[in-house]
Design a protein around this ligand. Structure first.
Ligand code: SAH
Ligand code: SF4
Length: 348
């Protein structure tokens, strides 16, 4: 195992079998996380970049089996934040010193291209970097967002196991999702993706494939989240929740893609109070404080127990900054573009 880890640190390249060996092993987790931490330090430094997350609508037309926002969850109280309020939240983010805002929602048809363009232009006028995470759209829609000024787009592939994907995302096609990623990259977005870890019937082999896929698709940001069963979904009785395995997938992603941005995800913190701290010491360099109004947070229930529920935007930011300082790291001073994306732009 030590040899494979050393190879990854030196070459940033591992075979599928080597990835599987490290993912299966239980004895070298600490060594793997430490190696990813060193590679993170060497390539992207000690700064942790903050992204202010606005969960602006929990309406969704899709029915992903794992997700609490799925359309068949009739018990969820649905909300949409109106455009002026979204812009006020973004302005508050700017006043708090944040440099990037992430707009996330279910696939909500109310937010037409025209409405999204209005929001994007409003946020860009504040001088903030903007990430969208609003699901699958046509090339034309993505192009309109890009033209309006959106910088980044986050769309997880969830899993590269096509059958597992299509079993869990009824009515959706894996190929269509991968095409969205290609379209976004072609349009010049910084491309974020990632996967869930711990879905029922997910194999270690497919997790190794996920990591190789992130490289193949030239992703600029990768978020890895443990799957956490939601009581109002068909997967309510699933086992889910595998923090160590999620951290290992994340650490291996850092080793293979040394210059990208990797968030310490909220789902990791939900499984253990030190989940995000462990992630930040195992390859992660980004954290996304929630800046949605407190009243709405409890309804943006992708999974239960989200640790950001109940706090105000200011409290969320304060908690995150304390965590960063307690680890001896610093808050990023600029908008924290992916080093990989910047290098690609320069060589164009
Ligand atoms: N609707 C958009 C964005 C919101 S969902 C989309 O699907 O792309 C954001 C992410 O939440 C999803 O990509 C998924 O990986 C994650 N998620 C959903 N349900 C989850 C659960 N039960 N546990 C952990 N993460 C979950
Ligand atoms: Fe909708 Fe995204 Fe949840 Fe799927 S994961 S149901 S697309 S919010």
């Amino acid at each position: 195992m030590k040899k494979i880890i050393e190879k990854a640190v030196e070459t940033h390249s591992l075979s599928r079998d080597e990835l599987i060996a490290l993912l299966t092993d239980k004895d070298y987790t600490d060594e793997l996380l430490q190696a990813a931490d060193a590679v993170r330090k060497k390539y992207v430094g000690d700064e942790i970049h903050l992204r202010g997350l606005i969960e602006f609508s929990n309406y969704c037309k899709n029915n992903c089996l794992y997700c609490g926002l799925r359309r068949d969850n009739k018990e969820l109280e649905r909300y949409r934040i109106d455009i002026p309020t979204i812009l006020t939240l973004a302005e508050h983010a700017k006043n708090m010193g944040l440099k990037t805002v992430v707009l996330q929602s279910g696939e909500d048809m109310h937010f037409t291209t025209e409405r999204m363009v209005e929001i994007i232009k409003g946020i860009k006028a504040l001088g903030l970097a903007l990430t969208l995470s609003i699901g699958e759209k046509s090339l034309e829609e993505y192009a309109a967002y890009r033209q309006a000024g959106a910088d980044r787009f986050l769309i997880r592939i969830e899993t590269t196991d096509k059958k597992l994907y299509e079993d869990n995302d009824p009515g959706m096609s894996w190929e269509a999702r991968a095409q969205c990623m290609r379209d976004l990259k072609k349009l010049g977005f910084e491309l974020g993706s990632g996967c869930l870890v711990g879905l029922p019937n997910q194999t270690t082999e497919s997790l190794a494939d996920d990591i190789l896929f992130f490289k193949e698709m030239s992703c600029d940001m990768i978020g890895i989240g443990p799957f956490i069963p939601h009581p109002k979904t068909p997967l309510k009785d699933a086992k889910g929740g595998m923090l160590d395995l999620s951290l290992k997938v994340m650490a291996l992603t850092r080793l293979i893609l040394p210059e990208i941005n990797i968030p310490a995800t909220t789902a990791m913190e939900t499984l253990a109070p030190n989940g995000q701290a462990r992630a930040l010491c195992g390859g992660a360099n980004v954290i996304m404080p929630n800046i949605t109004m407190t009243d709405y947070r409890k309804h943006y229930q992708l999974y239960p127990g989200k640790t950001t529920t109940g706090y105000t935007p200011d409290e969320s930011l304060e908690r995150v900054i304390k965590k960063i300082e307690s680890l001896g790291r610093t808050v990023g001073k600029d908008c924290g573009q992916s080093k990989k994306w910047l290098r690609e732009q320069q060589s164009k």
